[in-house]
Design a protein around this ligand. Structure first.
Ligand SMILES: NC(=O)c1ccc[n+]([C@@H]2O[C@H](COP(=O)([O-])OP(=O)(O)OC[C@H]3O[C@@H](n4cnc5c(N)ncnc54)[C@H](OP(=O)(O)O)[C@@H]3O)[C@@H](O)[C@H]2O)c1
Length: 288
């Protein structure tokens, strides 16, 4: 039976991926392997003897990374490189998740970005994740890099304290007027859909870069409006610009990922608004 080690197993993607993976799955947390301190990685992996190493762990506090660049690079670039190297040494395949935030420098872009489109990050987080992809692919030829976007899952992103959908519903519950950015186009993606597509893609033996997101494109404002429409909530919601919002880290104005390569493998994800609908229904059935 295939042995699979999963880092970041308690993150929102990790938790949705674990139950869908075939084989003997070994979930790891930061307490067992800290990517910021990868000294004993090889020893640990050599003991576990996996056939496949999947990395769902990342430093993904996009704004905080601007003032903590050393840590972001240690985890997202150097730690990932060392993990890919250790996987290569023990003969394991390596699967790594990356982000649409490796793009953004081309501010005139308005058509979906392919796997071979020229990257150009505009934040410390994006730059560190781009370096991680490149270092991993160079270190282990049996590497699959999956770029995704705007994740939301029932477990929420630990570091970010939830996910965008939950944050919007919580703020709406407080009855305050909301201002949400309307000039960043991307594709919010359900971690369930991403996990299922990842398992399907893994089964094809794919290596190299792949984009996996739900289908279509939207802005954070339009996503918020759709959350409230589908939840039948009346909220005082105003679109604002990224400049008005003034987040510490810059984000791409357009980072819609072209998933045509994935579709070529027979894998197509639902539209973002349908995926959102499914999430909201499941959420209601959980909370009653
Ligand atoms: N969230 C998004 O919107 C988004 C968008 C595009 C791409 N991605 C990428 O998708 C992947 C999964 O993201 P996610 O949303 O599932 O993240 P998440 O829920 O925040 O989980 C990240 C996991 O990484 C672990 N981690 C953080 N620093 C670590 C370290 N130094 N060593 C070992 N583990 C560490 C965390 O462990 P602790 O709980 O112990 O901190 C956590 O379990 C990441 O590669 C991310 O960059 C995410």
């Amino acid at each position: 039976m295939m042995r699979i080690v999963v880092l970041g197993s308690r993150g929102q993607l990790g938790r949705d991926l674990l139950p869908r993976l075939p084989g003997d799955v070994i979930p790891l947390t930061r307490a067992e392997i800290d990517l910021a301190q990868p000294q004993s990685l090889l020893e640990q992996l050599a003991t576990l003897k996996p056939d496949l190493v999947i990395n769902c762990a990342a430093y993904n506090l996009v704004d905080k990374a601007e003032t903590e660049p050393d840590l972001a690079w240690r985890v997202n670039a150097i730690g990932v490189r060392d993990l890919a190297r250790a996987s290569q040494t023990i003969g394991a395949r390596f699967v790594h998740f990356s982000t649409d935030y490796i793009f953004g420098l081309d501010s005139k872009r308005n058509i979906p970005l392919g796997e071979e489109s020229l990257p150009g990050p505009v934040s410390v987080y994006g730059a560190s994740k781009l370096a991680g992809e490149q270092l991993a692919l160079a270190a282990n030829p049996q590497t699959l890099v999956i770029r995704t976007c705007g994740l939301y899952g029932v477990w929420g992103s630990g570091g970010k304290g939830g996910n965008f959908v939950e944050t919007m519903l919580r703020l709406a519950g407080q009855g305050k007027p909301l201002k949400v950015v309307d000039d960043q186009y991307c594709t919010p993606t359900s971690t369930v859909d991403l996990a299922e597509a990842t398992v399907q893609l893994l089964a094809t033996g794919a290596t190299g870069r792949f984009h996996i997101t739900n289908a279509g494109a939207t802005t954070w404002f339009q996503l918020a409006r759709e959350i409230f429409r589908q939840s039948q909530l009346s909220v005082d919601l105003t679109p604002i610009s990224s400049v008005e919002f003034n987040a510490p880290a810059r984000r791409p104005a357009y980072s819609v990922l072209d998933c045509g390569k994935l579709a070529g493998c027979g894998i197509v994800l639902p539209m973002w608004n349908d995926a959102l609908g499914k999430y909201l229904v499941e959420r209601r059935s959980r909370t009653g």
